[in-house]
Design a protein. Structure first.
Ligand code: DI6
Ligand code: FE
Length: 402
């Protein structure tokens, strides 16, 4: 067998479901052909007589699948440092939004920005994620809230893939909040999302997301959005049970959603529904932390019910100004009580499911994209251990060192 490139002598965390736990392999080898994994296993099992265009010594380093940030709002204009300061003085996320700030203040800036400006702003944040081993991200729209601006955001998100060695999955989040011009016509806005924006986003969006919340959209409105997504063959995801318990997890599960996200206030029925539907629970500790939330997602319940858990940054200018996936991992173990193994699975194998790309990435298995993160570390838990120290040694995207 001839490999384009072969890495030898590493400690592999394959995340292969065929192996136990993280699927650790000592003295492992990974071989790439045409950007795909052609071999991942113990070096002793390499096919006899192998050759390679290039052989790279790992010197015992830990190798994981490239990390996947499966929930971000990476594309936006401006920032909300002013509102951050208001919250430090005691105002809440909800009082600021009710007074005309919050998401809609980012909407105004994002509508005014050009597509090129949005791309440049997002690249700055993307580079920080990539420097920590991220090889795939999900990016949502949701700061346009009109046809043209939502499509502009999705095009900007897609453009990131042409500017950096990274995979981008896009989600249309037109149902993020009511745009100011529809304050007195909720129904007309939902109709616009259903009749105009979703059909126009086919081909640009890989999924449809919505924010089910008292100050965003009701379960009945979310259903209308999800029905339209279904009619256009788009999978759905949901911001669910974040600030209030609204049956969001059950609603997401009912529609076979790829993921339900946040989930600070999900109940037993919601957890069971997620498990039964195979919907991934995406935990976003950055938002919990930055909003000083007092409720945590019911991780023990998820574990007991057999819910798959992912971890992401939720990078956005309001509730989670977090551009570090490793910090999200640290928060997931320290604040939410995930084990080191669960946290790592949450930014690899389970994150791949949450973006509907489990066949493509998220584990070190033959046939998947050869996206690797190589770490100056030996124990997987070291990724979640340090705060502010980045143990990434190198990053491989589609078989190429980047
Ligand atoms: N939940 C969140 O955490 C973000 N959106 C959402 O639906 C917040 C977005 C923002 O505040 O700008
Ligand atoms: Fe979010």
């Amino acid at each position: 067998m001839h490999f384009d490139r072969l890495w030898l002598g590493g400690r592999l965390a394959t995340l292969s479901p065929a192996r136990e736990g993280l699927g650790l392999i000592e003295d492992g080898a990974v071989g790439a052909v045409d950007g795909r994994i052609a071999f991942a296993g113990p070096a002793s099992e390499l096919p006899a007589g192998w050759t390679a265009g290039e052989t790279i010594a790992l010197d015992g380093r830990l190798v994981t699948p490239g990390l996947i940030d499966c929930h971000t709002h990476l594309v936006f204009a401006g920032d909300r440092a002013d509102e951050f300061e208001m919250r430090l003085r005691g105002e809440t996320y909800e009082t600021i939004a009710a007074a005309g700030g919050g998401i809609v203040s980012t909407v105004a800036k994002t509508r005014a920005a050009s597509e090129a400006e949005l791309v440049e702003g997002a690249l700055d944040r993307l580079d920080r994620l990539m420097a920590e081993g991220v090889t795939a991200i999900e990016v949502k729209s949701g700061y346009g809230l009109d046809l043209e601006s939502e499509l502009k955001m999705l095009r900007a998100a897609r453009a990131l893939e042409t500017r950096r060695p990274v995979s981008v999955a896009t989600s249309l989040l037109a149902a993020h909040t009511l745009p100011p011009e529809h304050r007195d016509s909720r129904d007309a806005y939902v109709a616009k999302v259903v009749e105009e924006i979703i059909p126009a986003a086919v081909g640009l969006a890989d999924a449809v997301d919505a924010f089910c919340e008292t100050n965003a959209f009701t379960p009945a409105e979310v259903r209308r959005v999800f029905e339209a997504a279904r009619a256009h063959g788009l999978p759905v995801r949901l911001h669910a049970d974040q600030r209030t318990a609204g049956g969001g997890a059950s609603l997401a599960a009912e529609y076979g959603a790829l993921s339900a996200d946040h989930l600070e206030r999900t109940d037993v029925a919601g957890a069971r529904a997620l498990a039964a539907a195979g919907t991934v629970a995406v935990l976003l500790p950055g938002a919990y932390y930055a909003l000083r939330d007092e409720e945590k997602p019911p991780v023990a319940l998820f574990r007991a019910a057999g819910v798959r858990m992912a971890v992401a940054t939720d990078c956005n200018p309001g509730s989670s100004p977090l551009t570090s996936i490793l910090t999200a991992l640290n928060m997931a173990v320290i604040l939410f009580g995930l084990t080191g193994d669960e946290a790592l699975a949450g930014v690899t194998r389970e994150a791949a499911r949450a973006i509907g790309r489990a066949d493509e990435m998220g584990t070190l298995e033959v046939g998947k994209a050869c996206n690797l993160a190589i770490w100056d570390a030996t124990r997987p838990v070291e990724l979640a251990y340090w705060l502010g120290r980045n143990p990434l040694h190198s990053r491989v995207y589609l078989g190429e060192l980047t």
